[in-house]
Ligand binder design. Structure first.
Ligand code: AMP
Length: 442
C-alpha cells in the first residue's frame, strides 16, 4: 500500500488545550493506516478574523505517513474533533476544543466540497506555517501561494476537464460562465450570480474563431487577460479556463452543432455561421466542464434562445441561468465592443436603450399594436444620424419566435445598430415590453 506523507495542523482554544492536542495525536497514532512521524512544539496564537471574545489558541502540526485516502483521513480528523467534544458542523470562528486540518497530503491538489488541500488559508496563517517549517516542510511548498491563489488559470483542456470532474465527484455544485474576455461589470454580474448559487465557478475566456465571419473583428477583438484575471479574482471565480484555439479545436476538428429556427434570423441572418460557431463552442465547453448550471447574459437574448434549444435537443443535463443586462449610467448596454466607439458614437449610442424604453413606455400606456411599437423605437433610432439599424424586431418572450402583426400581449424587442464614425461597431440590445410595464406601474 502506498504511504503518503501528510501534515495535519492542530489547534485548540477551549478546555484543557494541551490535553486535547496530545490526545488527538495519540489517537491518530493508534489509527490503523496512520503512523505519526513527528509533532512540532505547541505555541499560542490569537484568533484570526472576526468572532466572539475567546481564549488564545494553542497550535502545532504533526507529520504522518498514511495509507488512508485524503477523505478517509478527513473522516478520522472529524471523528477526533467530535470525540474532543466539538459539535459539528461548528459555527465559524467560535471557540473549539479541537481543530484538525489537513494542510498537505503528499503533493496532491484536492478540491472537493468538503476538503481542499493544500489548505486554502494555510499561506496566511503563521500558526500553521511555523510548525510546518519546524517539521522541515520546504519553503517552496509553503509559499506556493500562486498555485492556490484564486482564480487558477488553466489553459489545457485536459486539466480543465480533470478539475471540473474532481469538483463534481467531490460533491460540488458547479457553475460555468462562458465569455470571450475583455471583461466588464456585465460579465461580473454573471460571475457573482454563479458565485452565490454554486460551490465552484469556472469562467472561460476564449475568443472563438468559429463564430467570427471572414470579414469580422476576430484579430482585433479586445483582449486583456491580466485585467480579466483581476476581475475574476474580485468576483470569487475559482478557475479561469483560457485555452489557445489549438486546445479547443485539435487538428482535424470538423464537428459542428447547427441549431435551427432560433439561429436563422436576426443575428443569424446578419452573421452567417455565427450561431453555428457559438453552439459548437458552447457544446464543447459543456462537454468538458459538465456544469450543473451555465450562466448567460440576456443582452445576447438570441444567443440564450439558441443555447436553450441546443440544451433541450441534445439533452445536456444542466440548468441555463439567464442574467439581466447590466448598463452604463446612460443606459448603454455594457459590451466588450463599446471600447471601439469613438467619442461621438459613444455619445450617440445610448439612443438604442432610449428607443427600447420608449417602446416599453408606449406599451405601458396601452399601445399594443406590434408595428406601432416597432415604429416608436425605429423613429428614435433613425433620428440619430450616426446610428444605422441592422434589424429591429418584436418577438415572443423566451423563444423569440416571430409574432404576427396586430395586437401583442407581451414580447421582447431586439435590435442591432451599427455605428461607423470610428471603427465600425455593431451594438446589440433588447428589452422586454413587460419590464417596461412593471417599471411604469411601480
Ligand atoms: P461575451 O464575452 O461578449 O461573449 O459575453 C459573455 C457572456 O456575458 C454572455 O452570456 C453575454 O450575454 C454576457 N454579457 C455580456 N454583456 C453583458 C451585459 N452588459 N450584461 C449582462 N451580461 C452580459
Amino acid at each position: 500500500m502506498r504511504e503518503v506523507i501528510a501534515y495535519i495542523a492542530l489547534g485548540s482554544n477551549e478546555g484543557d488545550r494541551e490535553r486535547h492536542l496530545r490526545t488527538a495525536v495519540d489517537r491518530l497514532a493508534l489509527t490503523p493506516g496512520i503512523r505519526v512521524l513527528r509533532t512540532s512544539k505547541l505555541v499560542e496564537s490569537e484568533l484570526m478574523g472576526d468572532g466572539p471574545q475567546q481564549g488564545l489558541f494553542l497550535n502545532g502540526a504533526c507529520e504522518i505517513a498514511t495509507t488512508l485516502s485524503a477523505h478517509a483521513l478527513l473522516s478520522v480528523c472529524k471523528a477526533l474533533e467530535q470525540a474532543a467534544g466539538r459539535v459539528l458542523p461548528s459555527l465559524r470562528n467560535h471557540p473549539r476544543p479541537l481543530d484538525l486540518d489537513i494542510a498537505l497530503y503528499g503533493d496532491e491538489r484536492i478540491d472537493t466540497k468538503d476538503l481542499v488541500v493544500p489548505h486554502p488559508r494555510m499561506h496566511e496563517r503563521p500558526f500553521v506555517l511555523d510548525p510546518l517549517r519546524e517539521l522541515g516542510v520546504a519553503e517552496s511548498r509553503l509559499q506556493a501561494r500562486s498555485a492556490e491563489a484564486r482564480p487558477r488559470l488553466i489553459t489545457s483542456t485536459r486539466e480543465f476537464q480533470a478539475t471540473c470532474s474532481q469538483w463534481i465527484e467531490g460533491g460540488c455544485l458547479t457553475g460555468l460562465v462562458p465569455t470571450m474576455g475583455a471583461l466588464h461589470a456585465g460579465h461580473g454580474s454573471l460571475f457573482e450570480r454563479a458565485r452565490n448559487e454554486c460551490d465552484r465557478v469556472a469562467a472561460t475566456i476564449f475568443v472563438n474563431p468559429l463564430q467570427f465571419g471572414p470579414k469580422e473583428d476576430l484579430a482585433a477583438y479586445p483582449r486583456d487577460l491580466p485585467g480579466d484575471l483581476r476581475l475574476c479574482a474580485a468576483a470569487g471565480v475559482d478557475v479561469v479556463f483560457a485555452p489557445p484555439p489549438s486546445e479547443m479545436y485539435a487538428p482535424g476538428f470538423c464537428s459542428n452543432v447547427d441549431v435551427g429556427a432560433e439561429a436563422e434570423t436576426m443575428e443569424g441572418a446578419q452573421r452567417p455561421g455565427h450561431f453555428r460557431g457559438v453552439s459548437t463552442v458552447v457544446a464543447r465547453l459543456f462537454a468538458l466542464a459538465r456544469p450543473h448550471r451555465a450562466y448567460f447574459g440576456q443582452k445576447d437574448a438570441q444567443q440564450v434562445a439558441v443555447i436553450r434549444r441546443l440544451v433541450q435537443d441534445l439533452g445536456f443535463p444542466l440548468h441555463i441561468v439567464e442574467c439581466p443586462t447590466v448598463r452604463e449610467r446612460d443606459g448603454l448596454a455594457m459590451s466588450s465592443r463599446n471600447v471601439y466607439l469613438d467619442a461621438n458614437d459613444r455619445a450617440a449610442a445610448p439612443v438604442i436603450a432610449r428607443a427600447l424604453r420608449a417602446a416599453q413606455s408606449a406599451f405601458a400606456r396601452g399601445v399594443h399594436d406590434r408595428d406601432a411599437l416597432i415604429r416608436v423605437a425605429r423613429e428614435i433610432i433613425e433620428a440619430e444620424p450616426r446610428a444605422q439599424i441592422d434589424y429591429l424586431e418584436l418577438r415572443s418572450e423566451g423563444d423569440l419566435l416571430p409574432m404576427p402583426s396586430g395586437p401583442v400581449s407581451a414580447g421582447r424587442m431586439l435590435t442591432a445598430v451599427r455605428f461607423s464614425g470610428g471603427r465600425p461597431v455593431r451594438l446589440l440590445d433588447n428589452m422586454s415590453l413587460r419590464e417596461g410595464a412593471e417599471q411604469a406601474s411601480s
